[in-house]
Design a binder for this molecule. Sequence first.
Ligand code: ADP
Ligand code: MG
Length: 359
Amino acid sequence: MGIAVGIDLGTTYSAVGMIDPVTGRARIIPTRDGAAVTPSVVAVMPDGTVLFGEDAKEQQELGYTGTAAFFKRSMGDEDFALPLCGRDYTAVDLSAMLLRGLVEQAEEVSGEHIDAAYVTVPAYFRNREREATLAAARQAGLNVLGLLNEPTAAAFAYGLNGNGRHQTALVYDLGGGTFDVTLARIDEDEIRILGSDGDHQLGGKDWGNAVEMWIAENFKEEFGVDPTEDPETLAQIGVLAEQAKKRLSKSAYADITVSCQGHRGKYRLSREEFDQITAYMLQETADVVDRLFASIDPPMSWKDVDGTILVGGSTRMCQVPEYVERVSGKKPLGGVNVDEAVALGAAIRANQDASGATR
Ligand code: ADP
Ligand code: MG
């Protein structure tokens, strides 16, 4: 007999969770490289081989055109067809290829046979997008126990249900390309979504772009050369900006060196300046949160929130927990990795029986 897993099928990164047979706790099944998350990228090579995850992302960074990313955004779109190596792929096809890769990798790494899964979807997904997700899972040969809303999965991972307390949680999810916020009412045997809102064109990618522009401006000022005009340097700046952004989640500054047309520019970006050049985007997320509070009947405010759950890799940026503490007066809930919470929650759900008890 095999195991039931939880799959966070993300726009930029995906993850698979299982219940550890020894500890009984949810844990991530790492990738073959030992990472917690897998890039949601697939590639079709000229000989027909399909790559996924880091291998496919590497091809994308090398400029290979047979790669696909961000296809979750096109789930449910009947008109979407992406030609890769001479064949058209729908978003369902691409998601199925990714799911197949994720499951094979998880089986190999965990040494378990995967029987069934809960797959997570954004709370705002309508019937069409949900049907497309189910179709992708079927195409991947996966037995889907059900779909679970991402914020609900995150609440499961924090164990907010089943402790006898009634709580209202705000789930703030800033991923790679999307922002979602959800208010959830958590009772003993039920997690109810009171409302959700978001901006699906705003994510960590945009914070990265702000750093790219900062680097390019500095370089232009110093040498009178626009480094973004050269496609190779532009790709290089993209990688450097992403690294600097992540470094600033841990350090007070990040050093960046860029070479272009025989010039070499060395720059130091402080966290303070990073926060300044991206402040308008953090404010956009704050505006969406306020809009959500106002849309609830009767309207709610931070005073009604018992705890904030941070989800998504981009909430590792210090400005996010700082904002939450500033406006709510409380630190966000801790103890679960922000990029693992959704998959862990789905794993917990996949191992509950119908009455809600964990198997
Ligand atoms: P998804 O959009 O698929 O839900 P994730 O929640 O995994 O994806 O978020 C991915 C985003 O998180 C990317 O933009 C990535 O750059 C960003 N990210 C990951 N780790 C960090 C970090 N340590 N600091 C800042 N941003 C990070
Ligand atoms: Mg996500």
